[in-house]
Design a protein around this ligand. Sequence first.
Ligand code: FAD
Length: 343
Amino acid sequence: MTREVRIFGGGLAGLALGIALRQRDIPATVHEALAYPRHRVCGEFLCGLDPAVAEALGLSAWLAERATVHHSVAWFRRGRRVFEHALPQPVAGVSRFALDGFLAGRFAALGGSLVVGARADLARAGEGDVVAAGSPPGPKPRWLGLKQHVRGLLPHADLEMHLGNRAYAGVSRVEENVWNVCGLFDPSHIRRAGGGLVGALERAELGALAAAVRAAQPVEGTLASCTLPRFGPRPQTMPFGGGIAVGDRSSMIPPFTGHGMAMALERGAAAAEPLARWAAESTDWETVRHAVSDDVEGRFRRRTRIACALHPALLHPIGATLLALIGRARLLPIRHLYQLTHS
Ligand SMILES: Cc1cc2nc3c(=O)[nH]c(=O)nc-3n(C[C@H](O)[C@H](O)[C@H](O)COP(=O)(O)OP(=O)(O)OC[C@H]3O[C@@H](n4cnc5c(N)ncnc54)[C@H](O)[C@@H]3O)c2cc1C
């Protein structure tokens, strides 16, 4: 008899795991709180995904057809373009609306069972349950994420990073004439609420970008927000029982890397191997828990810690000014920094 794996959370990690389990003929159910397709807070540039994982998940051909390919990124400091550099690898610009929808369809087509529109009780997760429910909001949110798609934006490059005051925002083209504008803000710093994405950009001293977004046409239904705790590995004592955590629920790399989606897909897909052994009754749950948290999740800890160490420099006025100066002088070791935070 083959045991069933239940996955709580149908984002990238949960769906990648579900697909990889179904490819091994393991019964799998994904419980997702929302429905598909839906917009999610994300910069929507997919950076550093292992081509073998993309191929195994059926994503390579789909991305080649659907995604916008970015080759360079332009950096701005308070509205002024400070430097531009080539990306060490091409980056895919793709909306979460399309990506999550595609993966959900693929999981269902492989015979996976998808239960949508009901929030699972994570505290009851136990043997056979995987928690892929993304970052927990936590009692005291550390970050606020906001995103919106707009048409008619006139950006300077197809991928832009704007550094503000205790905030940054990415602008990336995700479809023909559709740009995603997504910002990360320190809620204690922008204080006053209201005004949506434009208001938050203005308060974070990203006035030029705010004006450009105000002048563009918002795509209806694409505004999304979220709150997040600190980045980095989560404490080992999870607020749920015997389940196994994957993806952002286990640890989250800061968004400026554009690597969180790739990591979620790779971690979800990699967790299928030890879980398949449990499903076939050839190992016990505790062994699988350790295999996932040490071997699978462990592979991503170093890059996450390095990105967490670099993150404050982007947000602090002195750090951001220094970055702009070094970047303009072409002295930033881009390839080295990319390697440290993406492998
Ligand atoms: C502001 C911001 C910008 C970002 N920009 C980028 C970027 O440009 N590139 C990049 O690669 N990464 C980016 N990321 C990171 C990326 O979005 C995440 O790393 C990735 O989505 C993690 O995938 P996941 O599957 O772990 O979690 P998620 O994608 O968050 O999925 C979790 C799922 O679980 C569901 N869920 C939650 N609770 C329950 C429950 N109780 N029951 C059932 N379902 C539940 C949610 O509805 C959700 O669908 C960004 C993140 C933020 C916050």
